[in-house]
Design a protein around this ligand. Sequence first.
Ligand SMILES: NC(=O)C1=CN([C@@H]2O[C@H](COP(=O)(O)OP(=O)(O)OC[C@H]3O[C@@H](n4cnc5c(N)ncnc54)[C@H](OP(=O)(O)O)[C@@H]3O)[C@@H](O)[C@H]2O)C=CC1
Ligand SMILES: Nc1nc(=O)c2c([nH]1)NC[C@@H]1CN(c3ccc(C(=O)N[C@@H](CCC(=O)O)C(=O)O)cc3)C=[N+]21
Ligand SMILES: [Mg+2]
Length: 283
Amino acid sequence: MSAQIIYGKSISDSIRQELLHEVETFKSKGITPGLVVILVGEDPASQVYVRNKAKACEQLGYYSEVVRVPAETTQDELLELIKKYNTQENINGILVQLPLPKHIEEKAIIDAISVEKDVDGFHPENVGNLMIGDDALLPCTPSGVIELLKRTGNHPAGKHAVVIGRSNIVGKPVAMLLLRENATVTICHSRTQNIEEMARQADILVVAVGIPKLVKKDWVKPGAVVIDVGVNRLPDGKLCGDVDYDDVLDVAGWVTPVPGGVGPMTITMLMANTLKSAKRAHE
Ligand SMILES: NC(=O)C1=CN([C@@H]2O[C@H](COP(=O)(O)OP(=O)(O)OC[C@H]3O[C@@H](n4cnc5c(N)ncnc54)[C@H](OP(=O)(O)O)[C@@H]3O)[C@@H](O)[C@H]2O)C=CC1
Ligand SMILES: Nc1nc(=O)c2c([nH]1)NC[C@@H]1CN(c3ccc(C(=O)N[C@@H](CCC(=O)O)C(=O)O)cc3)C=[N+]21
Ligand SMILES: [Mg+2]
């Protein structure tokens, strides 16, 4: 038996097609969604994401700006830039690429982005609304994971979901969304004991750690759905996930590849959030 592959790229393409129809209706009223991506410094990995985001904007006919500022930019300068885009009417979404250089306090930057334009869903008010279950701008990678599950018929309700990783960007919010979808959720992290055994209890295993090929076949319950959020650049320049894809292939029921799994969904959910924000701005 071999796992079914969850082609995030093609699911992402069909969601973009759905979005395109909505965008066209919206644009016929003379309104264009706008996104700005702010990139501090020259991190080559970030450059790729930024390029993919700009490409998605072009594909959907959004207005898009990419602002590149040097790594030495001060926190105050960055705050000024955010303030400008908070009030700029043709911009509905502001994304500041993380991580930021060490001299800039991430929290201060995230707090400064207006809640309505926080298309990453990282602002404390959006995080709070996610916890409470109110309609919020949801973080892109976590909501992309939920879409992948639902669109492959792997509905989380009643399932045991194990999330490995507890970052504010991925692990914690994906756990919260799975809970919202009525899964029973376990969160594992670097201090978890017997992590393999924990993972093996999962009907749905979501891995967001940042260690190449950490998860092997003995971490996976036969038939489980394995969602690999990890994007790691190997020394040879290739991308790989946090899951040893080839190893788990004959144990898992479903598995996402890297690249072509969660990554494209993240960008698509960003586009969806930007449209949502644009619609709200014109209600
Ligand atoms: N596909 C996409 O769109 C995206 C992909 N990513 C990728 O996902 C991965 C995770 O990103 P992010 O959440 O930001 O990473 P962080 O480094 O912020 O968090 C990593 C988490 O993994 C935990 N961890 C570290 N080592 C182990 C271990 N040996 N066993 C169990 N848990 C461990 C940490 O635990 P502790 O809290 O105890 O330190 C932490 O909670 C990265 O590869 C990143 O590139 C990220 C965002 C979007
Ligand atoms: N404010 C902020 N928001 C983010 O959402 C954010 C961030 N900062 N910092 C970095 C992480 C990482 N991330 C990815 C997005 C897309 C792909 C992606 O498109 N991946 C493609 C391949 C891309 C490639 O070739 O490198 C794939 O997996 O198929 C990967 C990773 C968003 N992040
Ligand atoms: Mg991090």
